[in-house]
Design a protein around this ligand. Sequence first.
Ligand code: NAD
Length: 285
Amino acid sequence: MKEFKNKVAVITGAANGFGVEMAKECVARDMKVVLADIDSENLKKVEADMKAKGAEVLSVEMDVSKFEDVEILAKKTLETFGSVDLLFNNAGVVVAGPTWELPLNDWDWIMGVNVYGMIYGLKVFIPIMLKQDTPCHIVNVASVAGLLTTPSMAAYHTTKFANVGLTESVNYQLQAMNSKIKMSLFCPGFVQTDLHNCDRHRPERFAINRDEPYYESVSYKQGLERGKHVITTGIPVDSIGQSIFIAIEEEQFYILTHPQYAPVIGGRVRNMLEGVNPSVAMFKK
Ligand SMILES: NC(=O)c1ccc[n+]([C@@H]2O[C@H](COP(=O)([O-])OP(=O)(O)OC[C@H]3O[C@@H](n4cnc5c(N)ncnc54)[C@H](O)[C@@H]3O)[C@@H](O)[C@H]2O)c1
């Protein structure tokens, strides 16, 4: 996709972090922007900021883990702007902690948002884009956590590996059809956003049950602390939007942000091919 003026972008998770940066870049290119998020308070603020700059913006409060909400998002987009040209499947959450301690509720939440949210986005918007038969682009936000593994975030890795496999496969399928829809897979390392505070974005049905001892446990509290540390010491978020748009213009599939992880990603693949067992010792270096 090379032409952006007057084209329509839909961004999930648009009320904080990456989503806001993506929206700013869209507005800078005179696109019409649909901001979708569960965080109604921030959503209204971002919408007001964009409108104050003269942008054509629609905001939709919704939950990506509900298929019917994604359908409504598409309906409102088409009613308001008539098409969808660029989709950012960006909304996401994180949970940390040992798999055998993590309440199933946390698994349901993270799978619902990070995995089903992306599936629903593709299921609802790809048919619209195919029908349009115009140049379109989809950016799926995974993470470097979908390309390498660490000991402390099994649930997050599970969802981000799913995002990688899903995006690569759908991309092949669209290519095989000679579709005009191009895809990019965004796999950043740690970036300063609001991700470590994502418990506040839990839909009611995944709310923390305070009677559940896990939420008083050392594992839970350490997970929160670690999350806060890695996100607040990440790279600044304002570098993100431009690198994504360069990738869209150049039809670049993989978008990575942290070159220092390349040896770890390569080492993981080499271990597999050479039959070397993964060792936790590498995290103690
Ligand atoms: N920040 C990082 O270091 C980092 C690194 C790799 C990948 N990511 C990924 O980037 C994406 C964006 O995260 P971020 O870092 O900007 O975090 P963020 O918390 O700042 O923004 C995420 C947005 O998603 C929204 N959201 C959460 N649940 C939702 C739901 N059910 N429905 C609709 N919206 C929902 C939140 O309200 C929030 O506005 C996520 O997929 C995350 O996994 C982030």
